[in-house]
Design a protein around this ligand. Structure first.
Ligand SMILES: *Cc1c(COP(=O)(O)O)cnc(C)c1O
Length: 361
């Protein structure tokens, strides 16, 4: 249990008048959560947990994160229900994954209950920033970075853990919109033994080039293949990916190279509840393209906190292109979207125990 000292901002920022123009991650709330870690501090090494007015950091130019990218992050959301409760979706899963990411990057872990406590405390302080408009949310970004002022390559002895909040607009302004996806056949995102399963900034730094290539060709997302044989589908940008082929649902297994998404896990549970066979196993891109040409590729969708589900209407792999479901949203994709968002916004009863209440709005 953290002892969180709260210092409120003297003047509050003006909140955006039009929540439909929020976009993603562009504006931030009045407060932030911060605590520091020093190896020699005693106890767990973490100290000075506090909520204070949002402010820039002062960093020594030599600090490790700026040179060697020793950093991890998380991403989740706070939702406002129709009866004005503020709630989170499975934050304990993010807390658990954060520990795994920290472990891989040699960053000191934070007890799961402390992580959730810090998120809830900050969201409560800034609860007026949780948007009211349908589909808009308060995006929550916890992160830890290495601050030791030394250029040697080894684990830092000092870190900062911080949480910032960003009111974000509905991902789909005009309803679910299917996207076109570029299958990356040269660059890779992850390989066995590397950091693919960890949510760390370094993974993203290495992915930007492919996103630029895809964008230049008119595709909005990159589908990554496995790093060894460049043969099996793994994930999409910042989403996991699912394929419905001949009635069965396929997604890549979380065996080290794929980010174990909270949305992915929830979707698998729902699909199994609904009687679908879900196969978490290697799936070759050649088989996906063949299924597409044979008319057996019924639905493809990405899954992640930001979009919830993102229907895919087109896949481009080398010179081959397949269209999925005439560019329309598949019935399973739509049902998953409706169910997930229904639970998240408190419009459907949470029979799974996925909701963590924060406070009244
Ligand atoms: C965060 C993330 C996901 C999705 O995870 P969720 O917990 O569902 O938001 C998928 N892939 C990558 C690379 C990610 O960083």
């Amino acid at each position: 249990m953290l002892d969180i000292k709260i210092t409120l901002a003297e003047t509050l920022k003006e909140k955006p008048a039009d929540e439909s123009k929020l976009g993603f991650g562009k504006i931030f709330t009045d407060h932030m959560f911060v605590m520091e870690y020093d190896k020699d501090y005693g106890g767990t090494g973490w100290h000075d947990a506090r909520i204070e007015p949002y402010h820039p950091f002062t960093l020594d130019p030599s600090c490790s994160v700026l040179h060697y990218a020793q950093e991890v992050f998380e991403g989740l959301k706070a939702y406002r229900t129709p009866d004005n409760r503020i709630q989170l979706f499975r934050p304990e899963c993010n807390a658990r994954r954060y520990q795994d990411s920290c472990d891989r990057l040699c960053i000191p872990q934070i007890p799961e209950e402390d992580f959730v406590q810090a998120v809830k405390a900050l969201v409560e302080v800034d609860k007026d920033w949780v948007p009211h408009q349908e589909g808009a949310t308060l995006y929550i970004r916890p992160f830890t970075f290495a601050t030791m002022p030394q250029l040697g390559v080894h684990a830092s002895t000092k870190y900062t853990f911080c949480i910032i909040l960003s009111p974000s607009g509905a991902y789909y302004a005009t309803g679910l919109a299917p996207v076109r996806i570029y299958v990356e056949d040269e660059y890779i995102r992850a390989a066995p033994g590397l950091t693919g399963f960890a949510k760390c900034g370094g993974n993203y730094a290495a992915s930007i080039k492919s996103a630029e290539i895809a964008e230049a060709l008119g595709y909005s997302q990159v589908l990554w293949l496995d790093g060894v044989e460049h043969k099996y589908v793994e994930e999409v940008g910042s989403m996991n990916i699912f394929f419905k082929i001949d009635g069965k649902i396929y997604t890549a297994p979380c065996t080290g190279t794929v980010l174990p998404g909270v949305t992915r896990r929830s979707i698998i549970e729902l699909c199994k509840d609904w009687g679908y066979e879900v196969i978490e196993d290697k799936l070759a891109i050649d088989d996906v393209m063949k299924a597409g040409h044979d008319g057996k590729l019924e639905e493809v969708f990405g899954s992640g906190t930001a979009a919830v589900v993102s229907p895919v209407k087109e896949l481009k792999y080398e010179k081959d292109v397949v269209m999925i479901g005439d560019g329309k949203i598949g019935p399973l994709t739509q049902k998953l979207y409706d169910t997930m968002t229904g639970i998240q916004w408190g419009k459907i009863e949470d029979t799974k125990g996925w909701i963590t209440p924060v406070c009244m709005g």
